[in-house]
Design a protein around this ligand. Structure first.
Ligand SMILES: [Zn+2]
Length: 511
């Protein structure tokens, strides 16, 4: 059996190896336009009438004193998180979504804002995003805005001062895409397949604003994730207009269903994601106060059970190591695309991992389920700039797989080191970005795998007691924030008297 595990694992390694980033897929020549690499083209609407600006001023304490803080923590006094209120009607069979959205945004930064930026990921796909009405909170139309691929920028007639609030209403339609890697050069979670429809980054949202730097909005790269998420409060109502009684919704939060509408509250969250299928088989279990909901396709019952168990075990372990997961639910959804991908309160795990499950504990299905669960801390609880500092979520989530194996399946820890890490002879700077000119494999090896080696060497340097206390305090101190490498190393400094210079010189270009 061991031989079989290894063989299957190796087959996996050559196809879709890493979680939360896409495997490198050769792009045929000539290539169709790739919405992830196209240079932005502006469409400017001519201003035609004066427009209102900030709608109200609420007595809020500006976040002066946090000039470099990109985000507000929910605990910060006087902070009002962005409020997203979404009402969406999906026709599953016709792949059509109709949305009404309201955004209530308070300027929590210490700088006056001269414009608002909306991230509009669906507009990266040709013919998918149709903007309807765009109005201010008082109902007056927004007449002055610029559209770029993936963005919508609204100049403000008067600056939005720290503490001031502004409201926007947006209606739009999505004719969902069915993205295939051969077209986009990467697996894409967003859109539909014959088995499921995935709504991720499906609504316009406002990215973090950093005084002195501006909006944290990066170009999409050919691989890796480029979005940076502030925390927000999400109120979402979903209706399925099909008459198909077998349709099931998996979502970032638990539903309250009433009169054909599914109502969700998802607060202090990076995003709200959902997935619909008429094939899902749901299994559940409870860990502490969280219900784990695992959705799999009917032909993957055995692997589905393993994913449920692994996710539950990981959640319980990470609750202990990193601090409690704050949500009532965690959903894991079998993905009809070749990748794993994390979102807040929900993650996808590729059908490829399920289909190739070997039956043993040394298996990518298990390793990646633990990895994606760890992202609820390293991505969710502690956000980061995924484009410029991807190691802060990917290296820590990869190394968290080791925590899972050493605690739950120590018999497979050698498998994990051999086939997850050393097989690739990882090298490369851990503090690289997603825009690695050497390509996907170099990016994966540096950020995920060499990143895990760095964490392991750091642990050896510190000793287990100090290392695990550091991890726990780092998570606790920065929960709700967008962390930087400086945050990581500042917290680390108080846990080790050692000179870490030799270690850092090995792994980091800029330390
Ligand atoms: Zn990941």
């Amino acid at each position: 059996m061991k031989f079989r595990f290894s063989l299957l694992s190796l087959a996996l390694l050559t196809s879709f190896i890493s979680a939360c980033t896409s495997p490198q897929v050769p792009i045929s020549t000539p290539s169709p336009p790739n919405p992830f690499t196209q240079s932005p083209q502006s469409q400017t609407n001519t201003p035609t009438s004066p427009h209102p600006t900030a709608t109200s001023t609420v007595p809020v304490t500006p976040t002066a004193g946090l000039p470099q803080q990109a985000t507000a923590t929910p605990e910060s006094p006087g902070i009002s998180l962005p409020q997203y209120t979404l009402s969406a009607v999906l026709n599953y069979a016709q792949h059509h979504l109709s949305v009404e959205e309201q955004i209530d945004y308070t300027n929590n930064s210490s700088a006056a804002l001269s414009d608002l930026l909306l991230i509009v990921e669906p507009s990266r796909y040709p013919g998918v995003f149709q903007l309807g009405d765009l109005t201010w909170g008082d109902g007056q139309p927004v007449t002055d805005y610029e559209r770029e691929i993936g963005l919508l920028r609204i100049p403000l007639a008067e600056d939005l001062q720290p503490g001031e609030q502004i409201s926007l209403s947006i209606t739009y339609q999505l004719d969902l895409p069915s993205p295939s890697p051969s077209y986009y050069g990467r697996p894409v979670p967003f859109g539909y397949s014959s088995r499921q429809t995935n709504l991720v980054d499906w609504y316009p949202f406002i990215p973090p604003y950093v005084p002195g730097e501006g909006w944290l909005a990066h170009n999409a790269g050919p691989f890796g994730e480029h979005l940076v998420y502030d925390l927000g409060d999400f109120t979402v109502d979903i209706q399925l207009s099909d008459s198909n009684p077998d349709l099931v919704i998996a979502a970032s939060a638990p539903a309250v269903t009433n009169d054909g509408w599914h109502h969700y509250e998802h607060n202090n969250a990076r995003n709200f994601s959902w997935s619909v299928s008429d094939q899902y088989v749901l299994t559940t279990t409870t860990v502490d106060s969280t219900v784990v909901l695992a959705y799999h396709f009917p032909f993957d019952d055995e692997a589905g059970e393993v994913v449920l168990d692994t996710t539950a075990e990981s959640l319980e372990l990470f609750n202990t190591l990193f601090g409690p997961y704050p949500r009532k639910t965690l959903s894991v959804v079998e993905a009809d695309f070749l990748d794993g991908m994390e979102y807040d309160g929900l993650f996808f795990l590729s059908k490829g991992f399920y289909n190739s499950y070997s039956g043993g504990t040394g298996d990518y299905l298990i390793a990646i389920a633990a990895h994606e669960t760890a992202h609820q801390w390293w991505y969710g609880a502690l956000g980061n700039d995924q484009a410029l500092e991807p190691w802060l979520d990917e290296a820590l989530s990869t190394y968290s797989e080791r925590f899972y194996y050493e605690n739950l399946h120590p018999e497979a820890l050698d498998w994990w080191w051999t086939y997850r890490i050393y097989y690739y002879q990882p090298r490369g700077w851990v503090d690289g970005t997603i825009y690695n000119p050497e390509g996907y494999w170099a990016y994966r090896d540096a950020i995920y795998l060499n990143g895990a080696l760095f964490m392991d060497d750091l642990r050896k340097e510190m000793g287990d007691e100090a290392f695990f206390e550091f991890i726990r305090v780092y998570a606790a101190e920065h929960v709700g924030q967008i962390v930087t490498a400086d945050n990581f190393f500042d917290t680390l400094a108080s846990f080790t008297p050692s000179d870490l210079s030799p270690l850092l010189e090995n792994y980091f270009k800029n330390r």
